[in-house]
Design a protein around this ligand. Structure first.
Ligand code: ATP
Ligand code: MG
Length: 384
């Protein structure tokens, strides 16, 4: 009896002409997640099966696959020779200890002596005889014992399916550049868009030495977790210290965040073009903080020349975002108390509803192109 992991994928993308493309990408992503762990991944009639792995690695494989988008559900099962006694022995192991159940059989091997109904009836009957705490409910069972009689003389027997990450395979929907800050929101925003199949690169702005090195390490760590969902990512790191000093020196301090945001967007668009990203993604949520008003967004959006800006969290409450960040396991890192560059030179009363003409008047005091150019020269890329 050998342990296997059965993977059911999300049905949605199987429809349509791109099926082959999606499936290849999906398989590549699963292989990437399992790199370095002994295993074989096979496709079997609308499912994938992981086999030939060390028993000790079962938990590790499940947790790695738990971050692969496109997986609908997963189950640990057993592979046995296609003989009724052996199938029953495996069924005994995956069957629940009590409650209602049913046996569901899929028979690819049409030469097997019993048909699906007969296999289900016989195994179900034997399980009932063996354990008085079980009863059959074919309509709404609490548990299902799945039996999959393969064409190659082996049978897969598996029980409870656990929920996978859902979504679409990363790499099937283009590429975006995520503005990642070290806060709670932006990693969640990146996760949401990656779930729809988009590859993600990240850009982070820091103002060392006003912000410290730990702040940068924290962002690298966050991008590292995100990269497990996004099948890798490049983190582009840019120093904006000089830009902030110039704003501080020359402009009305109330516009610090507004102006800085516009610089971030300009630089992000340049990096996006360099790395082939087709959109910019932020973790903004409408009305969450002073700078996240529609006027603030209009101001920062208006410097973007070509790309769409996706703000997947716009309609979310903070507690909904926090719940997601806990689910994807970025929360504990996000709440470490290191300063973001937006908190440097922060005015007591930042403008909340910047008027375009005022923003432009303040910005005119700066040599925008030169500052953008200089900032781009500080680029450092961390591959994750
Ligand atoms: P987050 O939790 O993502 O930091 P926030 O609620 O703190 O969000 P802001 O600090 O106003 O909100 O930032 C809004 C968005 O701007 C962030 O979600 C992120 O996309 C981007 N951003 C802010 N600071 C940075 C930074 N230092 N580097 C890159 N992007 C940033
Ligand atoms: Mg922040």
């Amino acid at each position: 009896m050998e342990k296997v992991i059965v993977i059911r994928y999300c049905e949605l993308y199987l429809k349509g002409k791109n099926r082959g493309f999606f499936e290849r990408q999906f398989a590549v992503n699963m292989e990437r997640a399992l790199k370095g762990i002994r295993h074989e991944l096979r496709r079997q009639s609308g499912r994938y099966v992981v086999e030939n792995f060390n028993d000790d690695d079962t938990g590790l494989i499940l947790s790695k696959l738990g971050r692969v988008f496109g997986i609908h559900t997963l189950a640990v099962g057993l592979r046995v020779p296609s003989e009724m006694d052996k199938i029953y022995a495996a069924a005994l192991q995956v069957a629940p200890a009590s409650g209602t159940f049913k046996v569901e059989t899929h028979r690819a091997d049409k030469k097997f002596t019993l048909n699906s109904m007969q296999i289900s009836a016989e195994i179900g009957g034997r399980l009932l005889d063996n354990n008085g705490a079980l009863s059959v409910d074919v309509h709404e069972p609490q548990s299902i014992v799945n039996i999959d009689v393969r064409e190659n003389g082996t049978t897969l027997v598996f029980g409870r399916f656990i929920k996978g990450a859902g979504g679409m395979p990363v790499g099937s929907a283009g590429k975006g550049l995520l503005l990642i800050s070290g806060g709670i929101d932006s990693p969640v925003a990146g996760h949401m868009i990656a779930k729809r199949g988009m590859s993600i690169d990240c850009v982070h702005f820091h103002s060392y030495p006003y912000t410290n090195m730990q702040a940068k390490e924290k962002v690298i760590e966050l991008a590292g977790i995100l990269s497990e969902y996004t099948c890798g990512t490049n983190l582009h790191i840019i120093k904006v210290t000089h830009i902030q000093e110039e704003i501080h020196k020359k402009c009305n301090g109330e516009y610090m965040v507004t102006l800085l945001r516009r610089f971030m967007m300009r630089i992000a668009e340049k990096i996006a073009q360099r790395c082939g990203a087709q959109c910019i993604i932020t973790g903004e949520s409408l009305g969450q903080v002073a700078s996240q008003t529609i006027e603030g967004m209009t101001s920062s959006n208006s410097v973007i020349e070509r790309l769409p800006v996706l703000r997947p969290l716009c309609g979310f409450d903070k507690n909904e975002i926090i719940a997601r960040s806990k689910e994807i396991e970025t929360y504990e890192i996000s709440i470490q108390p290191y300063e973001d560059c937006c908190t440097v030179f922060l005015p007591k009363h930042p403008v909340t509803r910047p008027k375009m003409e005022d923003v432009l008047a303040e910005e005119q005091k700066l040599d925008v192109d030169k500052l953008v150019e200089e900032a781009l020269n500080t680029l450092e890329v961390v591959e994750l």
